[in-house]
Design a protein around this ligand. Structure first.
Ligand SMILES: [Fe+2]
Ligand SMILES: [Fe+2]
Length: 269
């Protein structure tokens, strides 16, 4: 390390894998993935159960279900565009092929969830963006990577794989979606089928794409450090989303209460 090397900025510390910030030799791919996995579990295990999931609000009222589904439709579109950003700059052929597959599958999810939303009487148009600041921040993290890496495309691909495939989709696959399925089984059996039969099996592949890219291509100490840094950024941003749902739903309830009052007043005329 020379004197002009910028100091390493740790995003999280006190978790398994802290050493990935300051490796002198790269870890073998499998050991690297093991450490990343342990780090992710340790982080989420330190949070209360109701802050471990972002599939919240699907089982409250039909209005809230439509609101949640619109957000999900938008998420599927974002999940087409983010791998496309990586595909365009990715220097690794095998990784490009996996991204092409993912984009196709996210397009299928988009259609299925959008059509279901429309069947429920919801609407969809391209002007939509979620009315939820923390949610939008998480999405901008995997689209823009906090505006880092305008030059090194390897870092860009590793960071995006750490946030989206390994971080978000990995947590979905391991923890969130099984819970979510239980939650919607009785509320919306069609949505249950869409997730059980199509989306969840595809998401397993998307998580494995993240493992493949990190395990296969993060082969230097610098790329392994980028991977852990962006896993940490993802964990923080994703946890913020989950923890914000309570406030978000309270605001929705208040707005609905005010709206109902208005309807009632109107009906009185
Ligand atoms: Fe998807
Ligand atoms: Fe996905």
């Amino acid at each position: 390390m020379t004197d002009d090397t910028p100091p390493i900025k740790r995003i999280l510390s006190g978790l398994p894998g802290d050493e990935l910030y300051t490796l002198e030799q790269p870890e073998p791919g499998k050991d690297y993935l093991d450490l990343m996995e342990q780090r992710r579990w340790a982080f989420w295990n330190s949070k209360p159960d109701d802050e471990k999931s972002h599939y919240q609000g699907y089982d409250v009222t039909p209005e809230l279900l439509k609101n949640s589904l619109a957000r999900q439709v938008h998420a599927e579109l974002a999940a087409i565009h983010a791998p496309n950003l990586s595909l365009q700059v990715c220097p690794w052929q095998e990784a490009k092929l996996w991204y092409a597959r993912q984009m196709n599958e996210e397009g299928r999810h988009f259609r299925l969830v959008r059509d279901h939303l429309l069947e429920l009487g919801g609407t969809w148009d391209d002007d939509y963006a979620p009315d939820f600041a923390e949610w939008n921040q998480l999405f901008s993290l995997f689209m823009n990577l906090d505006n880092h890496f305008f030059l090194d495309k390897r870092k860009e691909v590793i960071a995006r794989a750490a946030v989206l495939n390994f971080g978000i989709e990995g947590w979905d696959h391991l923890y969130v979606q099984p819970l979510f399925l239980e939650k919607i089984r009785d509320v919306d059996p069609t949505l249950f089928e869409i997730y059980d039969e199509v989306i969840m099996p595809d998401e397993t592949i998307h998580y494995q794409i993240g493992q493949f890219i990190l395990g296969e291509y993060a082969t230097t100490t610098e790329l392994q450090r980028v991977g852990v840094e962006y896993l940490d950024r993802q964990l923080i941003a994703h946890h913020r989303v989950n923890a914000a749902f309570k406030r978000y739903h309270e605001e929705k309830d208040e707005a609905a209460g005010a709206g109902a009052g208005q309807d009632h007043a109107d009906a009185g005329h």
